[in-house]
Design a protein around this ligand. Structure first.
Ligand SMILES: Cc1ncc(COP(=O)(O)O)c(C=O)c1O
Length: 453
C-alpha cells in the first residue's frame, strides 16, 4: 500500500497539532537517519535519493556535525551579528575563501536559501545606489527557475502555481527563457544567452541592477546543464552592460555537481553568489551570500552598513555546523567523491532512458533529473490532471525510495520530473538499489491511470 495516502483534513486535524504544507496527507514518521537511509517509527527504511531537499550531502546521523554543534552550544550558542564577531563565523568564512571563486572573499551568513537570495538582490541594489546609480533597480531572471518562497525571491522565481495567489504582493521581474536544453533549439536565444542581452537592451542597461540564475538547473528545469559557453557569454554581457551576475548556488553549489560551485567548470565567476541547503551538511539551516570587495566597497565607503539584518545572521551554532561540514568535505575529499559517484550514477541511470514515459535523463555530479513525457517523440507532457510526478513520488515512497518531484516545467502548467541527489557518501550498491526501486516505482505509476494513487 502507498503510505502517502490522502486523508480528509477533517480526519487529519484531530490527530496532529502540526500544520504541514500538504493538509490532506498522512506522512510516515521519521525517527532516525543513518548514512543514505531514513527510518520511520514502524522500522521501515527509505533510501534517501534526494538528501531530503538536496540538503543531506554528508548523509544522515553524522557524529562530527552533532559534536561540533553541541560543543559550540556549550561555549556560546548565540551572539548577535550586529554586536559581536564570533570564531565559528570567521573560520567558516576563511574555509569558504579557499573554495569559492577567486575574489568572492566575503560571506554574510543567514539561515535559508530564500533569505540568501533576498539579501543578494538587496546587496546588488544597495551597491548601485551607493555607487551613485540609483536608477539601476530591475532584476532579470530565468524561466523556468526557482529562487525561494519569500516575496522578493518568489518574484524572481518562474513558478506560476506558487505565485498566482500572491500576485498582488510580488514585484515585477523580467523573465527570459532558461537554457532548458531538452525543450529549446540549440541555437535559440535562450541557449546562447542572447535572450539576456536582448532583455537588458529592452529594459535599458541604466535600469537593470542584476541578472540572477541557477548555474545548473535545480528542480525547475530538473538538473538541466547549460551549453559550455553559456555562462562565459552571460559574464561578457553583464560586464558590457554593467549588470551584476548573481549565481544562485543554493541547490547546485556546496559540491553537489562534483565541483565546489557549479559555475566553476564553466570558467567564470559571478559578482555575488548564494549558498544554502547542503552547506551545513543539512543538520542546521545555514545559507550564505558571498560577495567580492568590488561589490562591498561602495557601501563601505558610503553608508557603511548593509541595510539588512536578521536575528540569526552569523549565528555561532549554525556557523559551527557549517564549519564542521566544510572541514569534513575537505578532509574526506567528498567533492571528488561526488564527481566520481556522480559519473557512476549517470552511467547507471542510462538504463532508464529506454523505459516508457522517460523523456530525458540529465544532470551533473550527484544531481540528476528524470523528465517524464506522454510522448517521447514529440516530448508532449502528460496532462496536469494525470499527476504523474506526484503519483511516481508516492509509488517511490512505497518502494522505499525518496525522490524530489517537480511539475509545470514544460509550459508553466504541465510537465513532470523527479530529481535525484543522494548523499556524497552513497555507495555503488546503493546506486544499484536506487535504480531498481526507481524502475519498480515507474512500473507502479504506469499502472495508475488517473491522478492520485
Ligand atoms: C536554487 C534555489 N534557490 C533558493 C532556494 C530557497 O531555499 P530555501 O527553501 O532554503 O529558502 C531554493 C530552494 O529550493 C533553490 O532551489
Amino acid at each position: 500500500m502507498i503510505p502517502f495516502r490522502t486523508v480528509s483534513p477533517a480526519h487529519r486535524y484531530p490527530e496532529t497539532g502540526v500544520f504541514y504544507r500538504a493538509l490532506d496527507r498522512e506522512f510516515p514518521m521519521a525517527v532516525r537517519g543513518e548514512g543514505c537511509w531514513l527510518i520511520d517509527d514502524k522500522g521501515r527504511r527509505y533510501l534517501d535519493a534526494c538528501g531530503g531537499a538536496f540538503v543531506a550531502n554528508l548523509g544522515h546521523g553524522v557524529p562530527e556535525l552533532a559534536d561540533a554543534v553541541a560543543a559550540q552550544m556549550r561555549r556560546v550558542a548565540y551572539v548577535n551579528g550586529t554586536a559581536f564577531a564570533n570564531p565559528a563565523a570567521e573560520e567558516l568564512a576563511q574555509e569558504l575563501r579557499s573554495l569559492n571563486p577567486e575574489g568572492l572573499d566575503f560571506a554574510y551568513f543567514l539561515s535559508s536559501g530564500s533569505e540568501a537570495v533576498e539579501a543578494a538582490l538587496k546587496l546588488a541594489r544597495q551597491h548601485w545606489v551607493e555607487s551613485g546609480r540609483p536608477g539601476k533597480h530591475k532584476i532579470i531572471a530565468l524561466e523556468p527557475g526557482y529562487h525561494g518562497n519569500t516575496l522578493l525571491a518568489l518574484s524572481a522565481s518562474a513558478r506560476p502555481h506558487y505565485k498566482k495567489t500572491y500576485g498582488p504582493w510580488l514585484v515585477p521581474v523580467t523573465m527570459i527563457p532558461a537554457p532548458y536544453s531538452y525543450r529549446r533549439a540549440p541555437d535559440s536565444p535562450a541557449m546562447t544567452a542572447q535572450a539576456l542581452e536582448d532583455a537588458i537592451l529592452r529594459e535599458g542597461a541604466d535600469a537593470v541592477a542584476a541578472f540572477i540564475a541557477e548555474p545548473v538547473g535545480g528542480s525547475s528545469t530538473g538538473a538541466c546543464v547549460p551549453p559550455g559557453d553559456y555562462h562565459r557569454r552571460v559574464r561578457e554581457i553583464c560586464d558590457r552592460h554593467q549588470v551584476l551576475f548573481i549565481a544562485d548556488e543554493v541547490l547546485c553549489g556546496s559540491g553537489r555537481t562534483g565541483r565546489w560551485t557549479a559555475l566553476e567548470r564553466f570558467g567564470v565567476a559571478p559578482d555575488i553568489m548564494t549558498l544554502g541547503k547542503g552547506l551545513s551538511g543539512g543538520c542546521v539551516p545555514l545559507s550564505a551570500v558571498v560577495a567580492s570587495r568590488k561589490i562591498l566597497d561602495p557601501i563601505a565607503k558610503g553608508s557603511g552598513a548593509f541595510k539588512h539584518a536578521q536575528t540569526f545572521s552569523h549565528s555561532p551554532v549554525i556557523c559551527a555546523a557549517g564549519l564542521a561540514a566544510v572541514r569534513l568535505i575537505k578532509a574526506r575529499k567528498l567533492v571528488d567523491r561526488c564527481a566520481e559517484m556522480g559519473a557512476l550514477l549517470h552511467r547507471k541511470l542510462r538504463a532508464l532512458a529506454d523505459l516508457p514515459a522517460v523523456g530525458d535523463v540529465r544532470g551533473l555530479g550527484l544531481l540528476a533529473g528524470v523528465e517524464f513525457v506522454a510522448d517521447k517523440a514529440s516530448k508532449a507532457p502528460f496532462p496536469r490532471a494525470r499527476r504523474f510526478a506526484e503519483t511516481f513520488t508516492a509509488a517511490a515512497l512505497d518502494a522505499g525510495l525518496l525522490v524530489w518531484p517537480n511539475v509545470g516545467q514544460a509550459d508553466g502548467e504541465n510537465g513532470d520530473l523527479v530529481m535525484l541527489a543522494p548523499p556524497f557518501i552513497v555507495t555503488e550498491a546503493e546506486i544499484d538499489e536506487l535504480v531498481a526501486r526507481f524502475k519498480t516505482a515507474l512500473a507502479r505509476t504506469l499502472e495508475v491511470r488517473h491522478g492520485r494513487p
